[in-house]
Design a protein around this ligand. Structure first.
Ligand code: HEM
Length: 524
């Protein structure tokens, strides 16, 4: 019988050599950083395991509390929780290849552009249509908001209040988020109608959930996933691939429908303009005129590139906003006195957002000029405090947003870092810093009122920061403020079933139970 000694010895020798390399080689400067786990300098297994078991956000925050603002999570990965660190990392460091998991139609949308230079060019194609002043002054936004609220959201709530039934407001927020986002992208007659079509909403939610579940290994260990794929082992389940195909097909159909209407001059006149589609299409068309297509890009490159961003905005636009709306409504139910003060504030808006729309002055009336409402809502202390405090305590994008130390290395909070190391901050941790946010685990909207907001604003990180911060921030804030204002001007909310309301410990952290059931009462 052959001796087993080499079989045991060889891997051991390999492990020791690997151990020595990790500790004394290229990564040596990182040894000065406190380790979140004793294995962190040698293997990434602990980090992968807390991610896989959905404990990353909580565990990283607990480690920061124990060990300080800079910690090592894996041989080549660190987490920071200081403003100075955030400023350094999110200046213009490239993204980690993990973001390639967001690629659609095999073409990166803005969020999946890894390097800074192509990202800047890509962003220039759309930044203006997501600026606050553009959105506040847009008659299109004003029109579809009015229509979607008065024909979709409010009648649904009013019916439910009248018959005494309850509503899943997470679903309602998702449907609203998708309908307003796609109205801005495609025009109100060419986007989705998820508020009126529950089956279509279910189909999309199921597809997206399958994709999110299925891309764990491909996102976190892309090289291993690719290597295994080559020998016939696929770590991405069929459901995830089907889910991606479903969403791409859905978005492709929306794009094609709109493209045909534009080319045949049959664009419905009652529709709002397809602001995002038109902008992306013409900006890219101009770019491609200057740099003709290489044959490798194929004839559909222009349309697929546009569709890739369109799908990305649909997804980014509905999920985070739906989650933020559900948590705001949850906390308003838990704080009825605050809800009453909010309603009094909303009823002082001139003209108010009363539903049903009676004659006379009404913010929903078509005669009110577009900029009036968003500007009025922007300056309401109770409304803004409720939303900002919710985004602080329940940031939808809760987990670390990974960036890569640039060529030549960098110094971060006094620690020298070799190039290629992954560094990140997480809104979950940043928003729990007790020095800035006293009683950080509690929902205290007062911290955003009476001038106190100036102290805490710098630490507000729900939309990220720097050149890769959320491009849809102003769109999201505007759509959420107008939704909350419309609902709470007219109704009070009460919890029916909040089981599983605690945030899932994931990259996008919605209620772990996947629902929030509320009852509405009409307030005269
Ligand atoms: C409550 C709502 C939202 C939240 C909390 C949110 C949060 C974020 C965060 C934290 C990032 C940075 C991600 C990173 O660096 O890894 C981001 C990026 C991004 N968001 Fe949002 N987002 C919201 C709504 C939207 C909407 C409505 C859109 C629609 C356009 C959008 C589009 C994007 C895009 C395209 C990026 C990538 C930007 C880039 O790489 O330059 N988001 N978002």
């Amino acid at each position: 019988m052959p001796s087993l000694t080499p079989v045991i010895l060889l891997p051991l020798v390999f492990l020791v050599l690997y151990f020595v390399y990790q500790y004394f080689g290229r990564l040596r400067p990182l040894n000065a950083i406190p380790n979140a786990h004793f294995t962190a300098p040698f293997f990434p297994i602990w980090l992968i395991s807390i991610r896989y078991r959905k404990r990353e956000n909580r565990t990283v925050w607990e480690s920061h509390k124990r060990l300080g603002p800079v910690i090592r999570l894996a041989p080549e990965e660190i987490s920071v929780c200081t403003l100075q660190g955030i400023k350094t990392i999110y200046g213009n460091w490239d993204k980690d290849t993990w973001y390639e998991a967001f690629i659609n139609y095999e073409i990166p949308p803005l969020v999946a552009e890894i390097q800074s230079a192509p990202h800047s060019a890509h962003k220039r194609r759309m930044a203006n249509i997501y600026s606050k002043s553009f959105l506040q002054n847009s008659p299109d936004v004003s029109n579809f908001n009015r229509r979607i609220l008065t024909e979709g959201v409010l009648p649904k709530i009013a019916t439910s209040a009248t018959i005494g039934s309850s509503l899943d407001v997470l679903r309602l927020g998702y449907a609203y988020g998708m309908d307003v986002m796609s109205a801005y992208e495609f025009g109100s007659a060419y986007g989705t109608n998820f508020l009126g079509d529950d089956v279509a909403l279910s189909g999309f939610l199921a597809a997206f959930t399958a994709v999110k579940r299925g891309v764990f290994w491909a996102g976190r260990l892309p090289a291993m996933t690719r290597a295994l794929q080559r020998i016939g082992i696929n770590l991405v389940p069929q459901e995830a691939m089907d889910g991606q195909a479903y969403m791409e097909e859905k978005c492709w159909k929306l794009c094609s429908h709109l493209q045909t209407a534009t080319e045949t001059n049959s664009f419905t006149s009652s529709s709002t303009k397809p602001v995002v589609y038109s902008q992306l299409y013409s900006a890219l068309e101009k770019t491609l005129e200057k740099t003709p297509l290489s044959p490798a890009r194929g004839p559909d490159f222009l349309r697929k590139s546009v569709a890739s961003d369109m799908l990305d905005h649909m997804i980014a636009g509905y999920e985070s906003s739906g989650i933020a709306l559900a948590y705001t409504m949850y906390e308003l139910c838990m704080h009825p006195e605050f809800q009453t003060s909010l309603r009094a504030e909303l009823r002082s808006v001139n003209p108010p957002l009363m539903f049903p729309i009676s004659t006379g002055d009404n913010a929903f009336s078509a005669s009110v000029p577009p900029p009036t409402l968003p500007r009025a809502l922007d300056s309401l202390p109770f409304l803004n405090a409720a939303l900002y405090e919710t985004l602080r305590l329940y940031p939808p994008g809760a987990a670390g947003q990974p960036r890569v130390v640039p060529r030549g290395g960098a110094v971060l909070c006094g620690y020298p870092l070799p190039e290629g190391i992954v560094a990140h901050a997480a809104a979950y941790s940043v928003h729990r810093n007790e020095e800035t946010f006293k009683r950080a685990e509690e929902w205290l909207p007062e911290r955003w009122m009476g001038g106190k907001e100036r102290e805490v604003k710098n630490w507000f990180w729900a939309f990220g920061s720097g050149s890769r911060g959320c491009i849809g921030k102003e769109f999201a804030l505007q759509e959420m403020l107008v939704f909350l204002a419309a609902v709470y001007t007219n109704f009070s909310t009460h919890i029916v079933d909040a089981e599983g309301i605690e945030p899932a410990d994931e990259f996008i952290a919605g209620p772990s139970g996947g629902k929030l059931i509320l009852r509405f009462e009409k307030v005269e």
